[in-house]
Design a protein. Structure first.
Length: 370
DNA sequence: GTATGCTTTCGGC
DNA sequence: TTACGGCCGAAAGCATAC
């Protein structure tokens, strides 16, 4: 039986800001993404618990959060993403040293397979989690919550139960009782769309979900999603904890000073983003085969238009005329005003060439050895 | 009809 | 009453080949 941890840092961005500035302690702290369009245009990325008491949520407009906190002293801070990434590397490095297998899934979340380290024992696991929390706090002054169970699905659900600084264990014999009362969308991967569909059929909890046969589920949702729902309702998840692969895409997106339909203005706004993506490509030494222009309209609807090359491209500079053309073509078909524009590159140089490199390395080694 | 691979949209953080 | 980022990976949607 495996023992899997899911580690989730508590209100990560805001917690880092609190740690670095003791004046913030005990007061609402909101880390915000300012778009630069007007002084308060933008959204809240993360808020600490003091702010959440006032109903502030991630993703809501800054101006709305200001309203909720108008009679309270509160701190609205601009997001410092590069700095948080640096801290993330630090805490992830610590966690990794405690895991047999390690999988970082976001800036502040990770799975750990600790089966061997705790000898498959859940009371060992609890103590081990405590030890990890203490060591992370000793070295970084940051707190996290940990979910413990036999697979990633259950560990992830568990980590959200007790926060902050929580440890929640779901032992094998507790799985059904634990899942029974939870709403269906507590299963990661089941969102509004799927849970609404199930609600309309009269199913509200994971307990209800277990009454549906596999056959029925696959008829409604198709084989892939159907099997996924059937297994999840029973706490079954066989996906392994595995090291994160190289990134599959880079993107940059920017809110315009004002909405526009002018292809020249849109392109001018893309230029700095193109440079930043180029820098990143160079840093990683990646080439891309596909690129896409992202358009977000006044009503916040997202569109993308893309193009794929057979030959991997080294730099955006090589395809800037095609970027221009994608913008023109898009404006010819869609004429709602553009609020935000972005660019992404993906389809990085195929595994084939990587295999070639390892093959070449092997040949070198082989030649050296004879 | 179904498997596959590509493009676009969705949704979490 | 409205207000509204920037990134990523995954799902959904679509086209094509058989």
């Amino acid at each position: 039986m495996k023992v899997i941890f899911h580690v989730d840092f508590d209100y990560f961005y805001a917690q880092i800001e609190e740690r670095d500035n003791p004046n913030l302690k005990g007061k609402p702290v909101l880390v915000c993404v300012y778009s630069g369009r007007s002084p308060d245009s933008g959204v809240v990325a993360t808020a600490n618990y003091e702010a959440r008491k006032y109903g502030v949520k991630s993703g809501e407009p800054i101006i709305l959060a200001k309203n909720k906190l108008k009679n309270t002293p509160a701190f609205f801070l601009p997001v410092r993403k590069n700095y948080y990434n640096f801290i993330s590397d630090e805490v992830m490095g610590i966690l990794k040293s405690y895991a047999g297998f390690f999988q970082q899934t976001s800036i502040d979340e990770a799975y750990m397979d600790v089966t061997r380290r705790v000898k498959s024992d859940f009371s060992n696991a609890y103590n081990y989690a405590k030890q990890i929390q203490n060591e992370v706090f000793r070295r970084t002054r940051l707190t996290c919550s940990i979910g413990i169970s036999i697979n990633k699905l259950l560990a992830k659900i568990a980590s959200g139960v007790k926060k902050p600084k929580g440890i929640t264990v779901i032992k094998p014999e507790e799985i059904y009782a634990f899942l029974e009362p939870l709403p269906i969308n507590a299963i990661p991967g089941i969102g509004v769309k799927t849970s609404m569909k199930l609600k309309q059929l009269g199913y509200n909890t994971i307990g209800d979900l277990r009454k549906i046969s596999l056959r029925e589920l696959t008829e409604i949702f198709g084989s892939k999603l159907g099997v996924f729902i059937y297994n999840s309702a029973r706490g079954v998840d066989t996906s392994p904890v595995k090291e994160k692969e190289a990134p599959g895409q880079f993107s940059k997106i920017k809110t315009l000073k004002e909405d526009s339909l002018n292809p020249d203005i849109l392109y001018e706004n893309l230029k700095p983003l193109m440079r930043e993506i180029d820098d990143k490509l160079k840093k990683y030494n990646f080439k891309f085969k596909s690129f896409a222009v992202i358009f977000i309209t006044t009503n916040l609807k997202t569109y993308t238009r893309s193009k794929t090359h057979i030959i991997p491209q080294k730099s955006i500079q090589e395809i800037k005329l095609e970027v221009k053309k994608l913008i023109k073509d898009f404006l010819n078909t869609e004429q709602s005003l553009i609020r935000r524009i972005g660019l992404k590159v993906y389809n990085f140089e195929s595994d084939k060439s990587e295999q070639q490199t390892t093959l070449q390395l092997f040949i070198k080694k082989f030649n050296n050895s004879i």
